[in-house]
Design a protein around this ligand. Structure first.
Ligand code: UD1
Length: 429
């Protein structure tokens, strides 16, 4: 078991390259199952969730190999199973994307229901309603979703406009790509990760329009061919580094990013008095004085992303004044606040809101990460705090952040990773 050890209070300085997107790449990997022949996906992040997804695909007969760092050749010509193994699905919700892809390609899918999650209840009812609307017969038996259809037929599908589910939009889009006739998804998610998947499908010969809007139109085609595609940069990793500066101070340039996909985050940081400049593919974040208090309310894209809300909580914890954060997407996303309070933050959670009174300084403490984004937020808190913070639960951070510790160290962070039993001076490299 590893832990991350940080001696905080050092301002960050330098440049960091942002990796390919976790949430953008996982659907692409599932989507390759729709394709006859090989696809080459570039900018694939080296993270545990990608490894889990590739293991899952391999168990279904998909062959893949890295032909260069971050460049994956992947071929589903030899699918041999339509039953996803529970041991892999339970590790990661994104694996449920194989349901839509298998159903479209083979007319059959058996995928364990992903179950609960520490950030709140995460049902897949919208996904299943979508498959049924496309003509699939779906039953749930012993915790497994079993779906069958001779050939899916296009349909008009309405998603809940308040939630605009990312996962359901992608899964239905995958299923509809090879269906007979036209599918219209109303109140579709507009997240960049959905756009990324839609553009990959289009590159491979799918007929989609309304990409990036809330009405997605998919005209089913007979087959898709392989293509070469570059996955998007990870806007959550980018936002995490931006908030690292917001919470800690200093000046960092992010390279290989898409500022146009981070507008709500840039605006929020600027409102806190953090200086943010950007060009086509870079963002520079500079903070001298303590940040000001800024409220934030999470919402589907282009609104403020729920995945960055814990990072906002960390900056608010050291801001001048009181901030209110409202969480509208996941009901248990404030789990990290108890750990932050142990580091001296003044936080009160009332229902779906957190009221955070900024303090001049957090203090280091042993804390535990309970999910990917909470883990990243605790790292930021450790960077901003005085003294030593020891973070356990690093396996969550490894699921979604490529070489997080190695990227922070050149920026001046005093951060290390070591086996719990080896903790001590020898960990400092
Ligand atoms: C994806 C992201 C996650 C991000 C979230 C919201 C991946 C792998 N994960 O998760 O990091 O925080 O989008 O931007 O890309 N809902 C239902 N029924 C459903 C589906 C969703 O009630 O069938 C609800 C969820 O409980 C939640 C809301 O809809 O309250 C939005 O969830 P959704 O957009 O589907 O999130 P995910 O795709 O699971």
């Amino acid at each position: 078991m590893d832990q991350i050890v940080i001696t905080g209070g050092r301002r960050l300085q330098g440049a960091v390259t942002i990796s390919g997107s976790k949430n953008g790449t996982l659907p692409l990997l599932a989507a390759t199952m729709l394709v006859e022949g090989e696809s080459v996906i570039e900018n694939v992040p080296d993270i545990d969730d990608v490894r889990t997804m590739l293991q899952m695909l391999e168990s279904l007969g998909v062959r893949s190999r890295f032909i260069a760092p971050g460049v994956l050749a992947i071929d589903a010509s030899h699918l041999r199973s339509t039953e996803a193994p529970y041991q892999l699905v339970r590790k990661m919700r994104g694996s449920f994307y194989v349901a839509g892809a298998l159903l479209a390609r083979t007319g059959h899918a058996e995928v364990p229901l992903p179950g609960g999650c520490v950030i709140g209840s995460r049902p897949v009812d919208f996904h299943i309603q979508g498959f049924k609307a496309l003509g699939a017969e779906v039953v749930e038996e012993a915790g497994i979703m079993k779906a069958r259809a001779r050939r899916l037929r296009g349909a008009r599908i309405y998603l809940d406009p308040r939630l605009r589910s990312v996962g359901a939009t992608i899964n239905i889009m995958l299923a509809a790509a090879l269906a007979e006739g036209t599918t219209i998804i109303e109140s579709a998610s507009r997240e960049p990760e959905v756009v990324c998947c839609a553009e990959y499908l289009r590159e491979c010969g799918a007929n989609l329009s309304g990409i990036g809007s809330s009405t997605l139109v998919i005209r089913g085609v007979e087959r898709l061919h392989g293509c070469r595609f570059h996955s998007i940069p990870d806007r959550m990793e980018a936002g995490t580094f931006m908030y690292a500066v917001g919470a800690t101070g200093g000046s960092v340039v992010l390279e290989a990013v898409r500022p146009d996909q981070l507008t709500s985050v840039i605006d929020t940081l600027q409102a806190a008095g953090v200086t943010v400049g950007y060009g086509d593919d870079w963002i520079k974040v500079t903070r001298g004085e303590r940040p000001g208090a800024v409220d934030a309310m999470t919402a589907p894209y282009p609104g403020y992303p729920t995945d960055l809300q814990p990072n906002h909580g960390v900056m608010a914890a050291v801001a001048r004044g009181t901030s209110i954060i409202e969480e509208t997407i996941f009901d248990a996303r404030f789990n990290y606040t108890d750990e932050l309070a142990r580091m001296g933050a003044n936080i009160k959670v009332v229902g779906r809101a957190a009221i955070i009174k900024g303090v001049p300084q957090l203090s280091g403490a042993p804390v535990e990460a309970t999910d990917i984004r909470a883990g990243a937020a605790l790292v930021l808190a450790g960077l901003a705090a005085e003294g030593v913070t020891e973070i356990t639960g690093t396996e969550f951070i490894d699921r979604g952040y490529e070489r997080f510790v190695d990227k922070l160290r050149p920026l001046g962070a005093q951060i290390s990773r070591c086996a719990v039993e080896n903790r001590g001076a020898e960990c400092w490299v």
